[in-house]
Design a protein around this ligand. Structure first.
Ligand code: CA
Length: 229
């Protein structure tokens, strides 16, 4: 499967060039011109790398990056137009992986994209799973194994499970789970946490029918319990 690249850029001429340059290299390219649309795309689609402009019509690229980093480690390349933007990007805490200063050649950007994806695939090969009792979490592949079996999880389910597993036996409220899983404008109902938990339980039961490691704490939230041995 070809890697999917998301371009978040409001200047059509730049975006068109990038869509073309990346498309001819065999990448699967999506283009959004609003920051909020870009965040939603990362949340709902499988995106391997994001090319992110800083000056966007709705929210800044910095804010887009911050929101994406709440739920995804997808590599981000910033497109910067001004030197003070470069200073902020280089100043680390933003969470970007690389930057390209405008004006740039599409060929240069394609080379950066390839370099980052190559680095990532190497990282995937050597990454060790985080074992937590009967669970094993592969952060890079966004996969969880349960009693040695891969669970087929949605993005939300993966994040919810990861949050619970980070601190076994700790009770998380629905709001805490929501805040950690997607730091998005408060447009999501708490009930959706319940829906994801329900679906997660069904998938866990599919592996071990008699076990229910996720406990409900009535009127509050959930906790997960692991086998210590
Ligand atoms: Ca712009």
């Amino acid at each position: 499967m070809s890697p999917s690249i998301l371009i978040i850029e409001d200047e059509a001429s730049i975006a068109d060039n990038l869509v073309y340059a990346l498309g001819t290299e065999g990448f699967d390219v999506t283009w959004k011109n609003l920051g909020s649309e870009g965040v939603r795309e990362v949340l709902t689609q499988t995106i391997d790398l994001v090319i992110l402009d800083i000056g966007l019509p709705d929210i800044s690229g910095f804010e887009v990056c911050k929101q994406i980093r709440q739920f995804s480690e997808v590599p981000i390349i910033f497109l910067t137009a001004r030197s003070e933007e470069i200073d902020r990007v280089v100043g680390l805490e933003i969470g970007g992986d690389d930057y390209v200063a405008k004006p740039f050649s599409p060929r240069e950007l394609v080379a950066r994209v390839k370099a980052i994806l190559k680095r990532l695939s190497w990282k995937q090969d050597v990454l060790v799973e985080l074992k937590q009792g009967q669970f094993a979490v592969d952060e890079v592949k966004a996969q969880v194994r349960y009693y040695g079996k891969d669970l087929d999880l949605t993005r939300y389910e993966f994040h919810i499970l990861k949050i619970l597993l980070a601190q076994p036996a700790r009770v998380f409220s629905r709001t805490q789970i929501m805040d950690k899983a997607w730091e998005m404008p408060a447009s999501r109902l708490e009930r959706s946490v319940d829906t994801h938990i329900k679906s997660l339980r069904t998938k866990l039961r599919g592996v071990r029918a008699g076990e229910n490691p996720i406990k409900t704490h009535r009127g509050f939230g959930y906790s997960i319990h692991i086998d210590e041995n």
